[in-house]
Design a protein around this ligand. Structure first.
Ligand code: AQP
Length: 335
């Protein structure tokens, strides 16, 4: 059976982008067709300014939301990254095969470093090395496939490069993983700035639909979404380059209904009805998640138990792979 690994950062409240781009598919498909591991990657959330109490809260909330989205602990392994030491152990070895230039080329590093500088904050060294830790997350489990949204594609490609380079220099140690993207919803854009992706650490929040937003808030955000004016007037057309706001709404509706964005575009004569339908489709898609989240919040001991068992299983899988890498690179095993 193939092995699948993917993660989500507890760097903010989970968004519709995280759900349509990744989590929904993990629950509906990946966990049933593979030996699947899903991880709340809390160490990654330390790469930008953070508040310790908020991080603890968000780590628990993220794990609870993953369960609420349908991850089933009897068919997949759900755990918190910092509970398994092997990630940090392997990351250092991979830093010894990665180069400084490779890190500086990462698009997400450039964007996040710029944002930190604009805020007057220093850029943490861990932001630069974050893709190496992500490679360690994936490689420690002999992962075959990494299902992610489009923004993470470059990082998975780096994990492939590092695995191949390590194997070539020190002998076959790592499985070389493949990235898999969803057919629709791979890149959900911010409703207020359709040129930028919908990200959970966006501070203004008006363009970001969060999984726990009340239905009224979801409706308001969708109804206020920026649409496009241009040569076609207010005609509904699916054109990502010329009409990114409308294309984003059609992509979201397509991801919720299973129809094609181009087909959907043909059904509308104006933006008003399109927005209403998108709002209702999103409210309905998120309703079961919000309801299950409320039930799970009433039973924190259950969530703790899932994470404890998940970390134990994950540790048992990662340790032999990481020990092999330590030996392969030339480190003397402890007597
Ligand atoms: N807007 C998006 N559209 C489609 N997929 C998305 N993902 C994230 N945003 C979108 C996918 O969700 C999974 C978990 O994401 P992550 O926690 O690794 O964080 P990220 O990619 O850095 O995304 P965020 O939510 O924007 O977080 P911040 O703002 O903290 O950077 C991944 O599979 C990702 O592709």
């Amino acid at each position: 059976m193939k092995r699948v690994f993917s993660g989500v950062q507890p760097s903010g409240h989970l968004t519709l982008g995280n759900y349509l781009g990744a989590v929904r598919r993990w629950a509906a498909v990946e966990q049933h067709q593979a030996d699947a591991l899903f991880c709340v990657v809390d160490l990654h959330a330390l790469t930008v300014e953070h508040d310790p109490a908020r991080l603890r809260r968000l780590t628990r909330q993220t794990a609870t939301l993953l369960l609420a989205s349908g991850l089933a602990p009897d068919v997949c392994t759900l755990f918190v990254q910092s509970h398994v030491d092997e990630h940090a152990r392997l990351s250092y070895l991979l830093e010894c095969v990665a180069t400084d230039g490779e890190m500086r080329r990462m698009i997400q590093y450039k964007e996040k470093a710029r944002r930190q500088q604009e805020r007057g904050a220093g850029v943490r060294l861990s932001l630069l090395t974050y893709p190496v830790l992500m490679a360690a997350d994936v490689l420690a489990y002999a992962t075959d496939e990494v299902p992610v949204g489009e923004d993470q594609k470059q990082h998975v490609e780096l994990a492939r490069t590092l695995a191949e380079r390590f194997n070539q220099r020190y002998g076959h140690t790592f499985v070389v993983p493949k990235v898999t993207l969803p057919r629709v919803g791979a890149r959900v854009m911010n409703l207020q700035e359709p040129g930028s992706k919908m990200g959970k650490s966006d501070v203004s929040g008006q363009g970001v639909v969060r999984l726990l937003d009340e239905p009224e808030v979801v409706r308001q955000k969708v109804m206020r979404a920026v649409t496009d004016s241009g040569p076609g007037g207010r005609q509904v057309e699916y054109d990502r380059a010329e009409r990114p706001g409308v294309a984003n709404l059609l992509d979201i509706l397509a991801a919720c209904t299973g129809e094609e964005p181009v087909t959907l575009a043909g059904k509308y004569t104006g933006y008003g009805q399109l927005k209403k339908d998108v709002a209702e489709a999103v409210v309905e898609a998120l309703r079961p998640v919000r309801e299950r989240h409320a039930e799970l919040c009433a039973d924190p001991a259950y969530v703790d138990g899932v994470l404890r068992a998940g970390a134990e299983r994950a540790r048992a899988m990662a340790r032999p792979v990481v020990d092999t890498a330590y030996r392969a690179i030339g480190l003397l095993p402890a007597a």
